[in-house]
Design a binder for this molecule. Structure first.
Ligand code: ADP
Ligand code: MG
Length: 910
């Protein structure tokens, strides 16, 4: 149900700087072929009157009355379709009503229902489909539910709802499991059968939650301890989510049936505990179907033609997310308000609050009324998309035949008639799946790293082997050489000794034969022979010397081959070094890929924001900090998205992101400061950012950058960090006040001023920093900022002043502060008085509080009287909607002699 705009909540307390959300995905809208999708063979295209094109007969103005998503984006008109189903007489009716005709008569071929007024007169009503008491469950599914289920599979939201008096067959129509006879299977079971038949388990997912709404409390039927689930609305798209509800992934029909049985058992137990019946509560089954579009470009490209080729190759898959809501409403009969059934009157009112709120909303939508009271009940908040929203909605109203219940039957029929006038604008829920892209890149990275490590290892082993082999060869050659030289040496030594010995023998013989002349000639001959022998020896020796030379040259050759082995080793070393270089380059590429991925997700973010802002004729959005946008984005997109972005940061590393704050490229700096701001918005990250020097870098950026976007985002991040007391002292000690004041004095965008004022306002709430903050011009800076006049900015200033006044008042009471208030000293009082009755309630409330704090201390009284604060205090003591402030003002006035005298002088009777 679409609601009136009105989502602006001005920040009045710490969380105020964390505002609205955008999703990280790019949503694209495409017109829906109005009947069943003809391209799908699994569903025989049986055109159904219940979901056919908007009939020319009943024209209501398109869609949602209070704005919301359907207004911004072109959708396809799709009127709420209504079928009526008549229950056969039951045993009791067959006896009790035996003599009476049924109170209704059906003409299914004319799609008409006649309601008997009396014996002579009937009223006739037309419906989209009229289902007699003989209609089979299969036929009911096909005309009421099947087209809605097909829409969900195509990426549209869908709602199937049953309305009617208790006992007329709502649960029979929707919730029958058909265990005893499969022909009796109800809509829930048949819808899941069709969904499971269509999805591919590897790339698609089906998640289910099952809930009960009773007395405005939302209970989880899959986890009964979870009995107060809160509803979260995404203000821009109007999407509703239940982050606290259990989500179960369904892979087969059997597990779905078990889940329904479990839910039913819990419902029974819960109702026994609460002493009620299931007919008093609403049951809601939600089926989230996410399907990957195979080989398809998105309906609208997000890159505006300027993306890099890298980005194109990293294009994420396109997914469609349809949500099917099946609602088994509480019985529509009026409940006994006397309290006789064990409930008090108050409880009785609360029990049917949601149902009557639903009736009112449908009336308002049917009559095109300017206000649709969506926020009056949880049921209407949950169904905001189903009536006047973007979903395809099919309603089955159930009636019984008994004339005794004619009144209830008539009112059920009127409800159905009004619902038929409600027009929805069907919208395709299509977006990019960045999560799976990130997963794919992760896998690629891991593969590359593994491959690289494996190659390097093999290389090292090969080098080791070759070195060992060369070493072996060298030592073997050396050993052979030494052996050969030794052998030669021994041989020549031996020969030489033998020759000497022979010569000595011969010389002895010569000595003996000296006198013998005859023998002289012989001796001469012998000498000649010895000479011959000697020359032979000499030539032998020469040959030996040649042999030695030869061996030497062999040795030299061996040495040369050793040198070449050494140079081989050197070459191998060089190759190892090259390989290391290569590895470094690869690592560089990996980190480049990571930062490109970071860049890409920002680009997607920016595009998303641009798309969200860009509708023609759309009023510009309110002042949202980008910090809070991303923060909520992390929060809203569920655990999956959040984990993906968080994982990305983990991979890139905080230190690296912080270093990008000083990057040369201005775009990179802006992205980086946004990322740091995102992180700073998460309380868990704040400590890490400050420890890694992030606070210092952010403050430095305020001083060094001329870019207002950087100023705004950095100031937002500082404001978030300034929520923590320890960080407040750090900000002050690093000259934060003067940096923030200078930033404010250059700012043109009220957003920037709001961030700066928010940061100073947080610092104002620190008891220990009061004097220093004022000494460095913090209060003066706030009073400069108010010149901008934007209410969001003024609210932050007022919050700062109220924080300051409160701390100061505390210090005065404890005696650690004397003299007039520093706020009065710095001239803030006229502004406080002037804005104490501002139309904007946050500004007013903070200023009222500030006045009350100031008035606590007699030293301030004279200034307050002369500046006209007395009138305001009197007004606060009478008109302020908050009782504690009213009482405080009253008590202060009554106890201060100066104020009493002032009142008398002004003739105010008090
Ligand atoms: P509700 O949920 O509206 O209170 P139920 O679905 O519990 O009503 O139906 C009340 C009784 O009527 C049940 O016993 C159910 O089996 C029976 N009943 C309802 N509709 C039909 C039908 N179309 N055919 C046969 N029995 C029906
Ligand atoms: Mg029921």
């Amino acid at each position: 149900m679409a609601s009136g705009g009105g989502n602006n909540r001005n920040g009045t307390h710490r969380n105020s700087l964390k505002g609205t959300t955008t999703t990280s995905t790019v949503s694209t809208d495409k017109p829906l072929s109005v009947n069943s999708n003809p391209s799908k063979p699994a569903f025989k295209n049986k055109s159904s009157p219940l979901t056919g094109a908007s009939s020319g007969l009943r024209k209501s103005s398109p869609g949602s009355l209070g704005g919301g998503a359907a207004k911004d984006d072109a959708g396809v008109p799709g009127r709420v379709r209504v079928a009526v189903r008549l229950r056969p007489r039951n045993a009791e009716e067959s006896v009790a009503d035996a003599d009476f005709a049924d109170c209704v008569e059906l003409q299914p071929e004319l799609k008409r229902l006649k309601l008997r007024k009396n014996n002579w007169d009937t009223d006739t009503y037309e419906f989209d489909e009229v289902l007699t008491e003989f209609a089979s469950q299969k036929r009911v599914y096909e005309v009421v539910a099947k087209p809605v289920v097909e829409g969900v599979l195509d990426g549209y939201n869908g709602t199937i709802m049953a309305y009617g008096q208790t006992g007329t067959g709502k649960t029979y129509t929707l919730g029958r499991l058909g265990e005893e006879d499969t022909a009796n299977r109800g809509i829930m079971v048949r819808a899941m059968e069709d969904i499971l038949a269509e999805v591919s388990p590897e790339i698609d997912s089906v998640l289910v939650s099952y809930l009960q709404l009773y007395m405005e409390s939302l209970q989880d039927l899959l986890d009964p301890t979870n009995d107060n689930i809160s509803i979260v609305e995404e203000p821009k798209s109007g999407d509703v989510s239940l982050p606290g509800a259990t989500l179960v992934e369904i892979r087969d029909q059997q597990s779905f049936l078990e889940l329904l049985r479990l839910g039913e058992a819990h419902r029974h137990a819960a109702n026994t505990k609460l002493n009620t019946e299931s007919s008093r509560s609403h049951a809601l089954l939600m089926v989230h179907v996410k399907r990957t579009v195979k080989g398809r470009e998105p309906a609208h490209s997000s890159d505006n033609g300027n993306s890099t080729s890298m980005a194109r190759s990293l294009r994420p898959p396109l997914v469609r997310k349809g949500k099917l809501v099946v609602v088994d409403l509480a019985g529509s009969e009026r409940i006994d308000k006397s309290g006789s059934d064990g409930h008090t009157r108050e409880e009785a009112k609360s029990i049917n609050l949601s149902l009557s709120a639903l009736g009112k909303c449908i009336n308002a939508l049917a009559e095109n009324s300017a206000h649709v009271p969506v926020r009056d009940s949880k049921l209407t908040r949950l169904l905001r998309d189903s009536f006047g929203g973007t979903a395809r909605t099919s309603l089955v109203i159930t009636v019984g035949p008994s004339p005794r219940h004619r009144g209830e039957t008539a009112s059920t029929i009127m409800f159905g008639q009004r619902a038929m006038k409600v027009e929805n604008m069907l919208k395709l829920k299509e977006e990019f799946d960045y999560k799976s892209l990130a997963r794919r890149l992760d896998i690629q990275l891991d593969k590359l790293i593994m491959e690289h490590e494996r190659k390097q290892k093999a290389f090292e082993v090969e080098i080791e082997r070759m070195t060992a082999e060369a070493q072996n060869r060298i030592s073997e050659a050396e050993r052979n050489y030494a052996d050969a030289v030794e052998k030669e040496r021994l041989k020549y030594q031996k020969d030489y000794m033998e020759s000497i010995k022979k010569l000595e023998e011969k010389w002895m013989m010569n000595q003996q034969n000296q006198g013998n002349e005859r023998k002289m000639v012989h001796i001469a001959e012998e000498v000649a022979e010895v000479k011959k022998l000697l020359s032979k020896e000499t030539s032998l020796r020469k040959a030996a010397e040649e042999e030695v030379d030869n061996l030497k040259s062999q040795l030299a050759q061996l040495k040369m081959s050793e040198a070449s082995a050494n140079s081989e080793i050197l070459k191998l070393r060089k190759m190892v070094e090259d390989e290391v270089c290569q590895k470094e380059k690869l690592e560089g590429e990996i980190s480049m890929l990571q930062s490109q991925l970071l860049h890409l997700s920002f680009e997607a973010d920016e595009t998303r924001k641009r798309l969200d802002r860009g509708g023609p004729g759309k009023v510009p959005g309110r002042l949202d900090s980008p910090v809070s946008q991303v923060r909520s984005q992390l929060k809203d997109s569920g655990n999956g998205e959040k984990a993906s972005v968080a994982k990305l940061f983990e991979q890139v590393g905080l230190q690296k992101i912080l270093s990008l704050l000083e990057a040369e490229d201005a775009d990179v700096r802006i992205h980086a400061v946004k990322v740091v701001a995102n992180l700073a918005a998460e309380e868990t990250n704040q400590q890490k950012i400050v420890e890694a020097g992030g606070l210092k870098s952010l403050l430095m950026l305020l001083g060094s950058s001329d870019d207002e976007t950087i100023h705004r985002v950095a100031a937002g991040a500082i404001a978030n960090l300034a929520m923590n007391e320890k960080n407040q002292e750090l900000i002050m000690s690093q000259g934060g006040i003067s940096l923030l004041s200078t930033t404010a004095s250059h700012a043109k965008d009220p957003q920037t001023l709001r961030m700066v004022a928010g940061a100073i306002a947080n610092l104002c709430g620190n008891d220990k920093l009061q004097t220093k903050l004022r000494g460095e011009g913090g209060i003066k800076a706030l009073l400069e900022i108010v010149k901008c006049g934007h209410p969001d900015v003024l609210a932050q200033v007022a919050r700062g002043i109220a924080n300051f006044a409160k701390c100061e008042s505390r210090a005065s009471t404890q005696g650690s502060k004397t003299g007039r208030s520093l706020l009065i000293e710095d001239g803030a009082l006229p502004w406080i008085v002037q804005n104490a009755n501002s139309d904007a309630s946050p500004i007013r409330r903070h200023n009222e509080l500030a006045l009350c704090h100031l008035a606590q201390h007699e030293v301030n009284a004279k200034d307050m009287i002369s500046e006209g604060a007395l009138w305001e205090l009197v007004r606060i003591s009478q008109d302020c909607p908050r009782e504690d402030i009213r009482t405080l003002a009253h008590r202060t006035l009554a106890s201060s002699p100066d104020f009493i005298a002032g009142l008398k002088r002004l003739r105010i009777n008090y």
